[in-house]
Design a protein around this ligand. Structure first.
Ligand code: FES
Length: 144
């Protein structure tokens, strides 16, 4: 597949998550609620998690933001569900590496996340893509 076709595919995956977000909403009896905003634009996300021991049994998000931030949140909730906090934080660090243009390791479990790899070329948008992951890190680090 040529780079252009891959770009197009990634763009359509991002728009699909933006228009049909997965795991949108709030878990009414969630065990963890984390609010995070992007100070540069004011966009915000609320992430709710339902933990069973160390495992993220369910994850939902709501918020207002650009297509990159909202699609990233949708992809992230899909990726982390059913994983332990440690595994989710590992995904988060691989995602950060991808955003920095470094070598990264994203396995199939992590779903569509790789569609955001092109954001690395647009430093101003990196905060958009990492908003949901920062919320996850904030919540799970406070938990410790
Ligand atoms: Fe605000 Fe993207 S422009 S999160």
């Amino acid at each position: 597949m040529s780079f252009n076709n891959l770009d197009q595919l990634y763009r359509s995956v991002i728009m699909d998550h933006y228009k049909n977000p997965r795991n949108k909403g709030v878990i009414a009896d969630g065990t963890m609620t984390i609010d995070m905003n992007n100070p540069t634009c004011g966009d915000r996300i609320r992430l709710t998690l339902n933990m069973e021991g160390d495992t993220i049994q369910d994850a939902k998000f709501e918020g207002e933001g650009c297509s990159i931030s909202m699609s990233s949140a949708s992809m992230m909730t899909q990726a982390i569900k059913g994983h332990t906090i440690e595994e989710a934080l590992h995904m988060s660090s691989e995602f950060s590496r991808m955003m920095l243009g470094e070598d990264y390791n994203i396995d199939e479990d992590m779903g569509d996340i790789e569609a955001l790899s092109g954001v690395a070329k647009f430093p101003a948008r990196i905060k958009c893509a990492t908003l949901a992951w920062k919320a996850l890190e904030k919540g799970t680090q406070e938990e410790e």
